[in-house]
Design a protein around this ligand. Structure first.
Ligand code: GTP
Ligand code: MG
Length: 137
């Protein structure tokens, strides 16, 4: 079955939103196959965010992701990759649609990186790569 890698980022964990985010994934009908809270490392984030290396938000993004624990989740179900990205909403939380995770819980905090609560894989290839990074192969 199709699966995706979801992260509750440090802002979501700190604000106590993990339960509400999990509830939305489950309410949509996806299964939680794996779940782990952990502290990321620079090595792990360099792999995870390799596509963004060199962009202006890359360093602030890595520092933000090191600022506290994250919750890594593997969710399963037909269509879960686009389905979770739809639940998450667009990248910028200021304009993400109400009803989405980023739209309902996120805002601009005036920081160098968009703190937008969650990550979701964007393709089958990314999902398999990212699940390997966060849960091992
Ligand atoms: P993820 O699910 O986290 O991968 O989000 P995404 O696919 O919607 O965004 P993308 O992969 O393009 O960027 C990864 C993360 O970098 C985003 O979730 C933001 O936290 C941050 N980011 C992306 N674009 C910008 C930007 O233009 N400015 C700032 N400040 N941060 C950004
Ligand atoms: Mg992305």
């Amino acid at each position: 079955t199709e699966r995706t890698l979801i992260l509750v980022k440090p802002d979501g964990v700190k604000r106590g939103l993990t339960g509400q985010i999990l509830a939305r994934i489950e309410a949509k009908g996806y299964a939680i196959a794996k779940l782990q809270q952990l502290e990321a490392t620079r090595e792990l984030l360099a792999e995870h965010y390799a596509e963004h290396e060199g962009k202006p938000f890359y360093k602030p993004l890595v520092e933000f992701m090191l600022s506290g624990p994250v919750v890594a989740i593997v969710a399963e179900g037909q269509g879960v990759i686009p389905g979770f990205r739809s639940l998450a909403g667009t990248t910028d939380p200021t304009t993400a649609a109400p009803g989405t995770i980023r739209g309902d819980f996120g805002r601009d905090w005036g920081l160098k990186v968009q703190q937008n609560l969650v990550h979701g894989s964007d393709s089958v290839e990314s999902a398999e790569r990212e699940i390997g990074i966060w849960f091992g192969k």
